[in-house]
Design a protein around this ligand. Sequence first.
Ligand SMILES: NC(=O)c1ccc[n+]([C@@H]2O[C@H](COP(=O)([O-])OP(=O)(O)OC[C@H]3O[C@@H](n4cnc5c(N)ncnc54)[C@H](O)[C@@H]3O)[C@@H](O)[C@H]2O)c1
Length: 257
Amino acid sequence: MRLQDKVALITGAGSGIGRETTLLFAAESAKIVVVDVNDDAGRETVQMVEEQGGQAAYVHADISKAADCETMVRVAEETYGKLNVLFNNAGISHANDDDAVATDEDVWDLTMAINLKGVFLGCKYGIPALRRAGGGSIINTASFVALLGAATPQIAYTASKGGVLSMTRELAAIHARENIRVNALCPGPLHTELLMKYLNTEEKKQRRLVHIPMGRFGQAKEIAQAVLFLASDESSFVTGSTFTVDGGITAAYVTPE
Ligand SMILES: NC(=O)c1ccc[n+]([C@@H]2O[C@H](COP(=O)([O-])OP(=O)(O)OC[C@H]3O[C@@H](n4cnc5c(N)ncnc54)[C@H](O)[C@@H]3O)[C@@H](O)[C@H]2O)c1
């Protein structure tokens, strides 16, 4: 088992990447603290883990709030005795996030509060717990849009993910000698609710697919496999990396017909 004796905290674990990662981590023997703002979805993930014979506990926490982040880490330590893996994954893609001219300030502020400040707060309260455990692994979900400009604009989302990427590099450098590894995950476009709500017409979907050499959207399960590697001791010399799982989108200038 690749996560034997590890305790992991996963934000946004009620859906998409977070849920699939929770299920995979549980299958690899980790104990998981499932964090979300959607209580029904979070509890359903816990139930799914229990049905496959694993161990998980749900905590309601809004990652944009410091007190909630402090609580989620405390619950992890109280419930399972320690914290080894922190997956700062929750994020939003706001329906009214557009170009700089069209995007309202409140959309920008909310996106930054969840996608960027949420990762900072996860680290602020999570790192002391990882230190108490003798080290650990942090995985921060950025996106391929932190690496490439898209002509379908989402200015706040893109800027927030760029922040996650650069913050991750600095965290990795600062905490490397404490045996804490920090990596950024850059998923390509996935067939999840978050993206399909945004690419809500066939034309928008095709406009995105044309850039992906593999010619398809990724699955949340395929991202979970990458997170498992970064969380496990198999990636013991990997820190500060931009871990791209994108069907080749960032490697291609022109894709095959
Ligand atoms: N889907 C994609 O194509 C894609 C691509 C690149 C990066 N990402 C990133 O991956 C991460 C997960 O995306 P997903 O596709 O699984 O999304 P999703 O919408 O399926 O799941 C996100 C989860 O986060 C929760 N959440 C939202 N705001 C929260 C908050 N303030 N506090 C705690 N939980 C909160 C939601 O309730 C939801 O359960 C996000 O950071 C997203 O930006 C997604």
